[in-house]
Write a protein that binds this ligand. Structure first.
Ligand SMILES: NC(=O)c1ccc[n+]([C@@H]2O[C@H](COP(=O)([O-])OP(=O)(O)OC[C@H]3O[C@@H](n4cnc5c(N)ncnc54)[C@H](O)[C@@H]3O)[C@@H](O)[C@H]2O)c1
Length: 440
């Protein structure tokens, strides 16, 4: 469903009118396309506090041209600014955050990136915790005011080399619709791929609900990254599932994910094992609770949560998910913020968050498998095209980028979480919502 307002706002009369009338002014986002570099432009590397982070060698490996403050690279209109604030340990050092970014923030290119690096909070030091927590309020506020399609995120890390895939993602146009996020990268294993262009070469991925919408885009992106993709969907969607699988050189698997034998049939279709499991299939059956019969409650809980728990458990227990494997589940901002008419959907999607946070450390310890979730906001799909006009219009604009995201935005985020070098990213719930006001 085309966003005509976005197209209009980009024209000369559109720019004039939206400015005069004080209307939202969405920028056409710069998204990644094949053959593009990791970052379209230079990166400015700034520091606040005394940092011990070895960032420069990791940035050098990415091929991104970067320079320090006052240096040649990145001075005019940097495509990205990275502020290393891992060494900010007290309120005084926060002044350096201001003095580093205040002079340069205006010059960041359209659709550019501001990435603040923070340290994990130190429970034994409330001054460090206060100063580091302050970075969240800072980053989220800057995200809301920076405009022109620019994003602001906070990445907490100890070891820059464990965060290479995350840095590449957050700095690139692949994260165009990810803003206002706080992401933690731990100390888990990060296996750099032989080829950063095809990191999933030789890997097998399975995406549920992949015959259309976001799932189709995820399947496409994982196939682009080299994976052999199993496109799973219900028997009624068999023709579409086959079409997608054929186009991607993958395989179609038609079954209802809620069927009692679903995990068994998946395992049987994957005798050599699975590296990436993406739980994307999802349904809505909206009604206010007073009008919601059990027939509208149960299927939503079953498809969106029950089947996710069952298949994950079974595929881990059978060893179908190989060590180094990745589980990426799909929640929603409705699961984080709640949404009128969606008690069933909100419950199911909040359940995914509980699943991810609880299982992630144990699955990594016991199976070498990471478990994360993506939380889409308003994404332009058949699901959101069915929303009544006025609610749809509001849903699109109620975020810092003032527009809906595309299935590809969720797909790129999933591909980053599925990346072999993302082993230190675990238990994260990453919103792909343009910094939606809902549950922010
Ligand atoms: N579109 C959005 O704005 C948005 C926002 C937040 C979250 N999400 C979530 O993203 C996911 C994909 O959303 P979408 O908009 O692409 O939806 P969609 O309705 O376009 O596609 C969902 C796919 O899942 C399949 N499916 C449904 N039940 C199934 C079952 N029992 N077994 C196997 N496959 C089944 C459907 O046939 C369909 O192909 C869902 O989990 C949804 O809740 C979407």
């Amino acid at each position: 469903m085309a966003d005509r307002y976005l197209s209009f706002a980009g024209t000369a009369p559109g720019r004039f009118l939206t400015q005069r009338l004080g209307l939202p002014r969405p920028a056409v986002l710069h998204r990644w396309s094949p053959g593009s570099p990791a970052l379209d432009g230079d990166l400015l590397h700034l520091t606040a506090g005394t940092s011990g982070l070895a960032l420069a060698p990791v940035l050098a490996r990415t091929g991104i041209a970067f320079g320090e403050e006052g240096g040649a690279a990145g001075r005019a209109h940097p495509a990205a600014v990275v502020l290393d604030a891992t060494g900010v340990r007290d309120v005084d050092a926060l002044a350096e955050v201001h003095s580093a970014l205040h002079p340069v923030v205006r010059s960041v290119a359209d659709s550019g990136r501001v990435l603040v690096l923070g340290a994990p909070l130190d429970p034994a030091d409330h001054h460090q915790s206060a100063a580091q927590q302050a970075l969240e309020g800072f980053a989220r506020s800057l995200g809301k005011e920076i405009g022109r399609g620019r994003t602001v995120n906070l990445l907490r890390l100890r070891d820059a080399s464990a965060a290479e895939s995350t840095l590449r993602f957050l700095l690139s146009p692949k994260s165009a619709y990810v803003s206002g996020q706080v992401i933690h990268v731990g100390a888990g294993p990060a296996r750099p791929p032989g080829d950063w262009e095809r990191p999933l070469a030789g890997h097998t991925a399975l995406v549920t609900g992949a015959a259309r919408g976001i799932g189709e885009a995820v399947a496409e992106t994982l196939a682009r990254d080299g994976a052999h993709v199993f496109v799973l969907d219900v028997p009624a969607a068999e023709a579409d599932a086959r079409r997608v699988a054929e186009r991607l050189g993958g395989s179609a698997l038609t079954l209802d994910i809620t069927a009692a034998d679903a995990a068994e049939r998946i395992a049987a279709a994957l005798p050599d094992g699975l590296d990436v499991l993406v739980h994307n299939a999802g349904i809505t059956r909206d009604r206010r609770l007073v009008n919601m019969p059990a027939e509208r409650w149960s299927p939503v809980l079953e498809v969106n949560l029950g089947s996710v728990l069952r298949t994950t458990d079974a595929l881990l227990a059978r060893g179908t998910l190989r060590p180094g494997g990745r589980v990426v589940a799909t929640t929603s901002i409705a699961g984080l913020a709640g949404n009128a008419g969606q008690t069933n959907y909100g419950a199911s999607k909040a359940g995914i968050v509980g699943l991810v946070r609880s299982l992630a450390p144990r699955a990594l310890d016991a199976h070498g498998v990471t478990v994360n979730a993506v939380a889409p906001g308003f994404i332009e799909t058949a699901m959101t095209a069915a929303i009544p006009l006025l609610i749809r219009a509001a849903g699109r604009r109620m975020n810092s980028l003032a527009q809906g995201g595309l299935p590809a935005d969720v797909a790129e985020t999933t591909a980053w979480l599925a990346h072999p070098a993302s082993g230190a990213v675990n238990g994260q719930v990453v919103r792909v919502c343009g910094q939606s006001l809902l549950g922010a």
